[in-house]
Design a protein around this ligand. Structure first.
Ligand SMILES: CC(C)(COP(=O)(O)OP(=O)(O)OC[C@H]1O[C@@H](n2cnc3c(N)ncnc32)[C@H](O)[C@@H]1OP(=O)(O)O)[C@@H](O)C(=O)NCCC(=O)NCCS
Length: 155
């Protein structure tokens, strides 16, 4: 049996695999490889991947809000369909929260489609709360998104 799955900071050479997973998980609304390459340097304060001997199976992409340095946004979090239900999403979320907190962030926000039971279940379990609707429109897919917020206690 190989090494167990572990979570680590993403490197530039991981971006093509992250783009592949984004496309698999989010299809038309996922970040392309070129978008990830351009965002990685200036924005990627906490980008994580979950990997084992066979490769990368999940990722999370977080950024700092431009209007408030104490607010972080989890832009994307996904797990390969064949590896869901193994707590990979939980592990990535837990590490993302810890990493963001270690960088002075006290409020974490993200958007989710309310019908996405797996994602809503994951975030609610971690303590996120519904904090309203995200913008007026959508990402071009016709789906309305909610904002979920996690307030972190002072360290
Ligand atoms: C959401 C997602 C990341 C969860 O990843 P995962 O590795 O399968 O989830 P985990 O095994 O870590 O589960 C952690 C918790 O999430 C919740 N959860 C996971 N799958 C669920 C499901 N199908 N239904 C309800 N709750 C679910 C549960 O609370 C679970 O805890 P439990 O097992 O103790 O009950 C994964 O389903 C995914 O990639 N979905 C598509 C992309 C997406 O929707 N991303 C989030 C929106 S940005």
């Amino acid at each position: 049996m190989g090494d167990p799955l572990s979570v680590r900071t993403a490197r530039e050479e991981d971006l093509s695999r992250i783009a592949e997973l984004e496309n698999l998980v989010f299809e038309d609304t996922g970040f392309s490889f070129s978008a990830l390459v351009q965002l990685f340097g200036p924005s990627g304060i906490t980008w994580l991947v979950a990997e084992d001997d066979d490769g990368i199976w999940g990722y999370s992409l977080s950024v700092r809000a431009t209007d408030d340095p104490q607010v972080g946004w989890i832009m994307a979090l996904g797990v390969h369909p064949e590896r869901r239900g193994e707590r990979i999403g939980w592990h990535l979320l837990d590490e993302s929260i810890a990493e963001l907190q270690s960088k002075g962030i006290n409020t974490i926000k993200l958007t989710v489609i309310p019908e996405n039971a797996a994602a809503v279940g994951l975030y609610m379990r971690a303590g996120f709360q519904d904090s309203g609707q995200w913008k007026e429109g959508d990402l071009g897919d016709g789906a309305v998104r909610k904002i979920l917020t996690l307030l972190l206690p002072p360290e």
